[in-house]
Design a protein around this ligand. Structure first.
Ligand SMILES: [Zn+2]
Length: 166
């Protein structure tokens, strides 16, 4: 799953240098949206309506208006801002009625995140000790010569532990 997400993020990243993509959802009170443009992902929420229902828009260019909007917006993010991570909060009428909040993320960060997650899962999978008859359940050591106690880790098989308790 994380590998698929990593690949998907990489594809969207590459596409973002040729296409401007936007997905959104809105009802009569609020909207959610995600804009992918030139290596940047902007996820946003607004407390006012956008285009009703689900929407998807794609333009075969880096849309200049949207790029200028994304680039010019006042953002907070401290040192992370240099890397493309930022947050913006716009209260259009300064009364809290039409508020738009956006999180900016560079596409590479998603590729790296899901890539590392896949790598950790792979390492965990490879490290998983073998289990089976004659092998210690704790460390996988061959216990056929010493069936009542593991010489490697001192583990006692669950079946024997139950017998000892009775
Ligand atoms: Zn053991």
């Amino acid at each position: 799953m994380s590998l698929l997400l990593c690949i998907a993020a990489a594809v969207i990243w590459v596409l973002s240098y040729q296409l401007t993509q936007y997905v959104g959802w809105s009802d009569q009170r609020q909207f959610y949206g995600a804009l992918s443009i030139a290596g940047l992902l902007r996820v946003e929420h607004g407390t006012y309506p956008g285009r009703p229902g689900f929407s998807y828009e794609q333009r075969n260019e880096i849309n200049e208006t949207l790029w200028n909007e994304a680039a010019a917006r006042d953002r907070r993010g401290g040192v992370f801002k240099q890397l493309g991570f930022a947050y913006s909060y716009i209260d259009y009428y300064s009364n809290g009625k039409e508020v738009r909040q956006s999180i900016y993320l560079p596409h590479w960060s998603l590729v790296a995140f899901f890539g590392l997650l896949s790598l950790f899962k792979l390492i965990a999978l490879l490290r998983r000790r073998p289990h089976g008859p004659g092998l210690c359940a704790a460390c996988g050591y061959d216990m056929r010569a010493t069936p009542d106690r593991c010489p490697e880790c001192g583990g006692v098989p669950a079946s024997l532990r139950q017998i000892e308790q009775h």
